[in-house]
Design a protein around this ligand. Structure first.
Ligand code: DCP
Length: 230
């Protein structure tokens, strides 16, 4: 059934030149965004753009993520400016499939991470202003397609434990307070809608569930993402 539906979506695409249905997967650090995207690997004809963090860890041999965590005042601007570039690249990458799933977006970079770094003065007001101008310029001049946001909602204490357990070397210094603040910023953006623009409808999933139970929760999103009765 999934193959038939996707095939009919492809023929619709070529007939009407329809753009792919574009989904951003968002949520706190350690909320399971990569695992969520991997769940969709079983379906044919979906473009998955996973793990942008791997690009941030190796730019011509430089680990920008590590530099940013070791000396945020010095490197946050460089890091976030490269995040914006990699995100814009993902937004603009054409997909010849009916569905395109992306891990994160320019929006979470701006409304969660850059917002946090501005509020706690990691970014100088001048650095924040430059990042914000880039963001506004892109928003107004470059089409960014968005049809759905999947918000993997978590409790800070749960993702904090996961982050400790997975022990990504760069993140060992991350305090619970940072995870709590990022949680509030995701909620303000996706649930409380404090920013004028939320680029697409938001589907909220319970991502506190552990790996043995999460597949059923992920399945809840299949019909909206594949747009078929499952
Ligand atoms: N990060 C950041 N600024 C951004 C985006 C991410 O500082 N604009 C940092 C936070 C993390 C690392 O990059 O230390 C990766 O964060 P993500 O939440 O993007 O990716 P994860 O791999 O943690 O996601 P998940 O565990 O949900 O798959």
């Amino acid at each position: 059934l999934s193959h038939l539906t996707v095939a009919s979506n492809i023929s619709k695409m070529s007939a009407n030149n329809v753009k792919p249905f574009t989904v951003f997967v968002e949520g706190n650090i350690g909320s399971g965004k990569t695992t969520f995207l991997e769940h969709f690997r079983q379906f044919e004809d979906i473009t998955l753009l996973t793990e942008p963090v791997e690009m941030w860890r190796d730019l011509k041999g430089c680990n920008l993520l590590e530099l940013m965590y070791k000396d945020p005042e010095k490197w946050a601007m460089t890091f976030q400016s490269y995040v914006s570039l990699t995100m814009l690249d993902m937004h603009r990458r054409p997909a010849s499939t009916p569905v395109k799933l992306m891990e994160r977006s320019l929006f979470s970079a701006r409304y969660c991470f850059v917002e946090h770094m501005m509020r706690n003065n990691t970014l100088h007001p001048a650095q924040f202003a430059v990042l914000d101008e880039w963001f506004r310029f892109i928003q107004h001049n470059i089409p960014i397609d968005a049809d759905l946001i999947v918000y993997l909602k978590t409790s800070p204490s749960i993702v904090y434990q996961r982050i400790k357990k997975r022990a990504r070397s760069e993140e060992q210094c991350v305090p619970l307070s940072y995870i709590e603040e990022l949680h509030r910023l995701h909620e303000d953006w996706l649930i409380n809608r404090i920013h004028a623009e939320c680029p697409a409808p938001v589907l909220v999933l319970d991502a506190d569930l552990d790996l043995s139970q999460i597949t059923d929760e992920y399945k809840r999103s299949e019909h909206q993402i594949l747009r078929k009765a499952v």
